[in-house]
Design a binder for this molecule. Structure first.
Ligand SMILES: Nc1ncnc2c1ncn2[C@@H]1O[C@H](COP(=O)(O)OP(=O)(O)OP(=O)(O)O)[C@@H](O)[C@H]1O
Length: 250
């Protein structure tokens, strides 16, 4: 399948997909944190929320206004920190309405978010992928010119198997895995500083080695992350201890 091209109003240097084999592991949070980190490094960043049936990016950035139009293309909304965001939630009248679309329609919407959105000049477009390795994820990889992907996991056995699936999918599509993020890897007690691996010992190093992924990092469970996401303030999460540079996406 031929890769889609953007329009005259968009020039995108790198497209990076953020993928998890299953829902709820923190893929959207990781997309937001990576976008914020890249933005703070001075890059021009956009997020394409391809999680059409469970869009959570606008809420995390506190974006409530609708996407507009320049007469030809859709125009994304900007976060407070200047990250461009496009999501199905920005075009629905009621963001609480469920999106009951079949896979081909969902895939079409994602393609339009790439082709028919005036993204402007971007260094990075992060694609918050739909959960799983099914039909919709496959079309994204086949139709968008994805330069690399970041895999998000948690330290549980079941997730490990799912990561293997995602890694195999990336391999089949010939897309390099730029980094592996183990989310909810540990919890640091705010009172005594003791570090507890709630879901058991970290597997990120072993998994990275097994799938030939050079860069990896661990993110803690931190109630402040969830709070900032709920408040629409994900850009204000303190990134200083998170070592997001470890992924070097450039
Ligand atoms: N490390 C963390 N510490 C605290 N809360 C977290 C952490 N990671 C994720 N969360 C919270 O868990 C919830 C699920 O995270 P998120 O929406 O990022 O997952 P997801 O994998 O994108 O889910 P889905 O596939 O359903 O879209 C959110 O409320 C998020 O704020």
């Amino acid at each position: 399948m031929e890769k889609l091209k953007t329009n005259d109003q968009s020039s995108i240097r790198k497209v990076i997909a953020v993928l998890s084999g299953k829902g709820g592991v923190g893929k959207s949070l990781v997309s937001c944190l990576l976008a914020s980190s890249l933005k703070k490094q001075g890059y021009r960043v956009g997020i394409l929320d391809a999680d059409i049936t469970g869009p959570s990016i606008p809420k995390a950035f506190g974006i409530t206004d609708h996407a507009t139009s320049d007469g030809v293309n859709m125009v994304p909304q900007k976060s407070k920190g200047g990250i461009q965001v496009m999501s199905v939630n920005l075009i629905l009248d009621n963001p609480a309405s469920p999106v009951l679309w079949r896979a081909p329609i969902i895939s079409k919407a994602i393609r339009q978010f790439y082709e028919n959105v005036s993204w402007g000049d971007l260094d990075f477009l992060l694609v918050d992928m739909p959960p799983g390795t099914g039909d919709v994820a496959l079309t994204v990889f086949q139709s968008l010119p994805v330069d690399g992907l970041v895999l998000v996991t948690t330290p549980q056995d079941l997730v490990e198997l799912i990561v293997e699936k995602s890694a195999n999918m990336a391999d089949l599509m010939n897309i390099p895995i730029l980094g592996l993020v183990e989310n909810m890897s540990y919890f640091t007690c705010p009172h005594c500083g003791e570090k507890t691996e709630i879901y058991g010992p970290s597997k990120v190093q072993d998994m990275a080695r097994r799938y030939g992924i050079d860069k990896y990092l661990q993110l803690p469970i931190n109630p402040d992350f969830a709070k900032k996401v709920d408040q629409g303030m994900v850009e204000y999460i303190d990134l200083s201890d998170l070592d997001l540079f470890a992924l070097s996406l450039d």
